[in-house]
Design a protein around this ligand. Structure first.
Ligand code: CDP
Ligand code: MG
Length: 735
């Protein structure tokens, strides 16, 4: 029955099953759509039939084109013959012929929009050109923002290599919790979030001569806010050059926003990409990916394959499946080198993606949409696109944020396909129907600012002294209610007073490069005298991937090991146990291995923890321990996350207190079988249902202690006909 445990035990596969739910849903949508249009829409029918031409079986498609294949093969081998040196590679990039005219344009205009196809050399070359042209001679730096951590790190590494310097010296990068720069750094890559925070310590960006807002088309929240901030700066820093660089056709929009700044277009080189669709929706796209990779490998001329998946878990599954099947096939086929790419990929693995494929072998890269525009991998001829991406979505009505897998936009699909045409004519296999492409996919991805929680951004802006957010210069403004909700949340957290001004607590919270709730939890550890424990918990929460290692062939052992860490009050204390025991083992690798813990994640947690301890010192919180009193620790967590409270209700599931949404405890939780009455959760993940991840038991009366302005004792009673409370009555105009 609904809500009984038996129903969701099977969902233990974490993020895997959910996708199949999603796919089932897509399939149904498509089926019902077919029905609808069959009779009525003759024009759509015609268009559909045009597209239908390309919907042939992949195998058929792969065999049909014998002659064309030969030509392609020649092209590829020509390309491969030319193993270029670094100097030659630099000269071969589309941006190279425009070096001088680009520098000229930058000298003539303060703001320039640069548009060029992905892979044309914008990110790696332009900062070097500027450096060579003397833009760093006055001791100032060239900054370049990237929406993604991995991109910032790997591009910096590449540029350091091209300039033959040590990474972290002349060329460095800075990302959250990790600064790899020095006094000598003149070219600095950083995430957009990092630059956003740099404004706090250097509001006029005085140490930069040029700032490049790169990958502007990605329209992440931080990039969007940076647009407004840097535009403002250029008015009182006439010597600062500003470049907005973008891959696609948003250039006009950026130009209009930046007072009609000129657009510098780098003509792209692109070979044709033939697009294939499936005849029918794929029931299991992971499996379809694996099959398609193997078909390409068996029948197609050499050339590397790029597969787009939604996240680390999916990528790891796909890697395992490919390894298994290629092992079975054995030496009958050429070598297939399987490489994953995702946000938390360890540094040594990152370098591997860019190594040239050995003669006679083929590389298959399994990536998240990081490879859509942020990273260019050379020699890709085949792209496999299942049509999904993971997205953070925020419901401003309920204030609930959750991570879910959603269909990509047409713009994304076309970017993905374009990756196949950089070095020769390519092929893109879309694991969805032509009909779905045409009718199901939105034209463009909605910018993040219009679909995620703005709490963090609003807090930083307030800390920058920007009080009037309604009139902030947004490229596209966020929805009014999202902004209001962010202000209300910050008010409830005590970061803003009722005039919407930053409080002392708010100023301290802004010191932390984290979500305001996490910052509040860290501050609350002062009162509850458990800063040592809370900092460990915060560090573990900041390592987004699970620290528990669960290899397929040792699931039982791994689960037993995991259960040994379980704390009876829940997951926050469980991960704290993991951290403390690891610290007791003197941070041993062997210990991780024996306990099925991911060493790399732990190492990162340790780095994050160190940074957090430094920040605690800055806000003058002493490090003290309250290990024997877990009530204090849980109260401190509650002080930060009192928005995330759910109460056990009839039918075996939970309801969120404020909005009465049905949520479940994630099967991996220590409390999965306990089902305490009141719980606090760290995040919601929507897969087949809304799952709470990182769940801890609390007592409802604590809510009155830590958030008396938010909870009334009435709503914490067990009466069944409780009334929905009013939200805090502040209109945004007061802020
Ligand atoms: O920014 P844009 O997309 O225009 O191009 P880019 O990232 O500067 O890439 C230019 C070239 O550098 C491509 O051929 C990449 O494959 C190469 N590259 C690399 O080899 N290693 C990296 N870590 C980054 C880029
Ligand atoms: Mg780039």
């Amino acid at each position: 029955g609904k809500g009984e445990k038996g129903e969701y035990i099977e969902v233990d596969e974490n993020e895997k099953l959910p996708n199949s739910e999603q796919r089932k849903w897509e399939q149904e949508q498509i089926k019902s759509a077919f029905f609808k249009f069959g009779a009525k829409d003759a024009k759509a029918q015609d268009e559909y039939e045009l597209l239908l031409d390309e919907q042939i079986d992949f195998i058929q498609a792969l065999q049909l084109e014998g002659n064309q294949e030969k030509k392609d093969e020649e092209k590829i081998s020509e390309y491969k013959k030319a193993r270029l040196t670094i100097e030659e590679t630099k000269k071969s990039l589309p941006v190279f012929p425009f070096r001088d005219s680009l520098i000229e344009a930058i000298k003539n205009y303060q703001i320039l929009i640069v548009e060029g196809e992905t892979g044309s050399g914008k990110t790696t070359q332009i900062p070097q050109y500027l450096h060579e042209a003397g833009f760093t001679d006055d001791g100032k730096k060239i900054g370049c923002t990237q929406p993604r951590r991995v991109a910032a790190m790997s591009v910096a590494a590449r540029v350091a290599q091209e300039m033959n310097v040590k990474l972290g010296n002349e060329v460095g990068y800075s990302i959250r919790f990790e600064d790899c720069t020095s006094d000598r750094t003149v070219i600095k890559y950083m995430t957009d979030g990092t630059l956003h925070r740099e404004f706090l310590s250097e509001p006029d960006l005085a140490s930069y001569s040029v700032m490049i807002i790169d990958e502007a088309h990605e329209r992440t929240l931080h990039t969007d806010i940076l647009f407004g901030l840097v535009k403002d700066i250029t008015r009182f820093r006439p010597d600062l050059k500003l470049l907005i660089s973008s891959a696609t056709l948003d250039a006009e929009k950026f130009s209009t926003f930046f007072d009609d700044a000129p657009i510098f277009r780098i003509p792209g080189r692109r070979f044709p990409v033939h697009i294939y669709y499936t005849k029918a929706p794929e029931a299991d796209y992971i499996d379809a990916c694996v099959v398609t990779v193997l078909q390409i490998h068996a029948t197609q001329p050499l050339g590397d394959i790029l597969v787009f998946l939604t996240g680390q878990e999916e990528i790891e599954t796909c890697v395992e499946m490919l390894q298994e099947r290629t092992k079975k096939i054995g030496k009958k086929l050429k070598e297939l080198i399987i490489l994953p790419v995702y946000a938390n990929l360890p540094t040594d693995m990152q370098a591997k993606i860019f190594e040239p494929t050995p003669e006679g072998a083929r590389k298959v890269v399994l990536a998240t949409n990081i490879a859509e525009t942020s990273l260019t991998i050379d020699n890709i001829i085949y792209v496999i696109d299942p049509g999904f991406a993971k997205q953070n979505n925020f419901n401003s009505k309920t204030g609930m944020e959750s991570l879910m897998v959603v269909p990509i936009s047409k713009a994304s699909a076309n970017q993905r396909a374009g990756r196949a045409g950089r070095v020769a004519a390519g092929k893109c296999f879309r694991l969805y129907t032509a009909w779905a492409y045409k009718h199901e996919l939105e034209d463009n991805t909605v910018p993040e600012i219009q679909r995620i929680n703005l709490g963090n951004a609003v807090l930083t802006l307030k800390a920058l002294g920007i009080n009037d957010l309604i009139h902030f210069d947004f490229l596209d403004p966020p929805p009014h209610e999202t902004l209001v909700l962010a202000l209300e949340q910050l008010y409830a957290l005590g970061a803003l007073n009722h005039h919407g001004e930053l409080t002392k607590a708010g100023r301290r919270m802004a010191e932390f490069p984290t979500d305001p709730m996490l910052a509040k939890m860290l501050l609350a550890s002062e009162k509850y005298k458990c800063s040592e424990e809370i900092v460990s918990i915060a560090a573990m929460l900041s390592v987004n991937s699970s620290v528990f290692y669960r290899p397929k062939d040792k699931i039982i052992h791994a689960d037993t090991a995991r259960k040994n860490f379980f704390h009876r009050h829940g997951d926050h204390l469980t991960i704290m146990n993991v951290y403390n025991q690891w610290a007791d083992s003197d941070y041993s690798v062997q210990w991780c291995y024996e306990n099925f813990i991911q060493y790399r994640s732990m190492k990162r947690a340790r780095d994050v923890r160190e940074q957090l301890v430094g920040l605690m010192e800055r806000v003058e919180i002493d490090m003290v321990s309250s290990i024997s009193d877990d009530t204090n620790i849980r109260k401190a967590i509650t002080a930060g996350y009192f928005y995330h409270i759910a109460k056990f209700s009839k039918g075996g599931h939970y309801k969120t207190v404020k909005h009465n949404q049905t949520v479940m405890i994630h099967p991996n939780s220590a409390l999965f079988e306990e089902l305490p009455r009141w719980v606090i959760y760290h995040e919601l993940v929507f897969t087949s249902k809304e799952f709470m991840r990182q769940v801890t038991e609390i007592e409802s009366k604590w809510l009155l202690e830590v958030a008396p302005h938010y909870y009334k004792s009435k709503e914490l009673e067990d009466s069944t006909n409780k009334k929905m409370p009013k939200t805090i009555g502040k209109s945004a105009n007061n802020f």
